[in-house]
Design a protein around this ligand. Structure first.
Ligand code: NAD
Ligand code: UD1
Length: 338
């Protein structure tokens, strides 16, 4: 099978490429490198000993997509390409809607033109807003509080309408919880451009000495230690969910939506403690006021993906922190560290 991977040079995309190549699939990548380095693809080739066909370009560029579909016999698409910084999306809503929504329309139009109708889409647990109860199942009501979340929700609606209009499409919508961790080789991992917004990369940069201290946003939540609770999922488990989703839509067509999470909630302080164990250092932190827009707790009920995809998250919290530390300590400046 030949899989077109949009955004394949990015964090989750690069980990998924490793598994696709190890599974002997052919891959073609399109990435505009707006939030990635081509070095990630070189490293995926080093890990797997296999070649990647890479197009540096934008999913908004239909002519380029048409060339890719003409030059390769694509069977399915995994669509990672998107902008993902919540704060930035509030500042630059048009850029987010253009990139994430119009980019997906452009992709789906060209897929339809070439009669390639197998699609796996990267959605997010952010579409559940502030859930009324926990754990979260796929039938919970959806809502969004920022343009990033709104763009994911809009694409979900578009894909549902597309399927309703033409049920020869096979679509898996995957709602990721909090992806963390890195490939066990330590060669690929998360490489944020600027000051990290997310917890794990921030902790990792404190551990490696790039940042003096962690700000813990709020210690007065209704959680076991007062700090925010999330469902952290190892990126290798997450990547595997995409292979399972491809198998699923190949064997049992339709539109399906799955939570990809572990079902376990860990607090900010749980994560700090686990990271201290992994790196053997004490990590300084201070309690600060709550971050605007944050919720107390969010974790998945992943039973639907367990039952229907035969997919299980198998990595522990220690695997997540150890692999992050392995990547971060080997590559203190990410892909610019060589
Ligand atoms: P990432 O930024 O590392 O990867 C996204 C990749 O897409 C980057 O390599 C970027 O250069 C590329 N890209 C962006 N816009 C593009 C465009 N218009 N054309 C071509 N390439 C483009 O992010 P990630 O963490 O790997 O996330 C992958 C997907 O999963 C995104 O859609 C993101 O919204 C979604 N997601 C991520 C998380 C998370 O916490 N990492 C959580 C939920 C959902
Ligand atoms: C963020 C995004 C969400 C996205 C998710 C997964 C926001 C508001 N939401 O959610 O849309 O789907 O990532 O990528 O950005 N924390 C600190 N100090 C820090 C960073 C984080 O205490 O420096 C805390 C947060 O308050 C939260 C937890 O750590 O309780 C996790 O934060 P983060 O990694 O940013 O993920 P989410 O807030 O779940």
């Amino acid at each position: 099978m030949t899989v077109l991977v949009t955004g394949g040079a990015g964090y989750i995309g690069s980990h998924t490429l490793v598994q696709l190549l190890e599974d002997n699939q052919q891959v073609v990548v399109i990435d505009n490198l707006s939030n990635a380095s081509v070095e990630s693809l070189v490293r995926v080739e080093n890990i797997t000993g296999k070649q990647i066909t890479f197009y540096q370009g934008d999913v908004l560029n239909k002519a380029l997509l048409q060339k890719i579909f003409t030059d390769h016999d694509i069977n399915a698409v995994i669509h990672f390409a998107g902008l993902k910084a919540v704060g930035e999306s509030v500042q630059q809503p048009l850029r987010y809607y253009e990139n994430n929504v119009t980019g997906t329309l452009s992709l789906c139009e060209v897929m339809a033109q070439f009669d390639v109708k197998n699609l796996v889409f990267s959605s997010s647990a952010t579409v559940y807003g502030d859930p009324a109860s926990l754990p979260i199942t796929e039938d919970f009501p959806t809502s969004a509080t920022n343009p990033y979340g709104q763009s994911k929700l809009m694409v979900e609606h578009i894909l549902n309408d597309l399927y309703r209009a033409d049920n020869s499409w096979n679509i898996a919508v995957l709602r990721y919880f909090n992806p963390v961790g890195a490939h066990p080789s330590g060669l690929i991992g998360e490489d944020p451009n600027d000051i990290p917004n997310n917890l794990m990369p921030f902790i990792a940069q404190v551990a490696v000495g790039k940042r003096p201290s962690l700000n813990v946003w709020g210690n007065d939540y209704d959680t076991h230690d007062g700090t925010g609770v999330r469902d952290y999922i190892h990126v290798v488990d997450l990547a595997n969910g995409h292979l399972k989703a491809l198998q699923k839509i190949a064997t049992k067509p339709g539109l399906v939506t799955y939570n990809l999470g572990t079902g376990n909630g860990y607090s900010v302080l749980d994560m700090v403690q686990a990271f201290e164990k992994a790196c053997g250092k004490t990590l300084p932190y201070t309690f600060e006021p709550r971050r605007a827009g944050d919720i107390a707790a969010c974790y998945a009920n992943p039973s639907k993906a367990n039952a229907e995809l035969g997919w299980y998250a198998s990595h522990s919290i220690d695997d997540m922190t150890k692999s992050t530390w392995h990547w971060q300590s080997n590559n203190p400046n990410g892909y610019n560290s060589q």
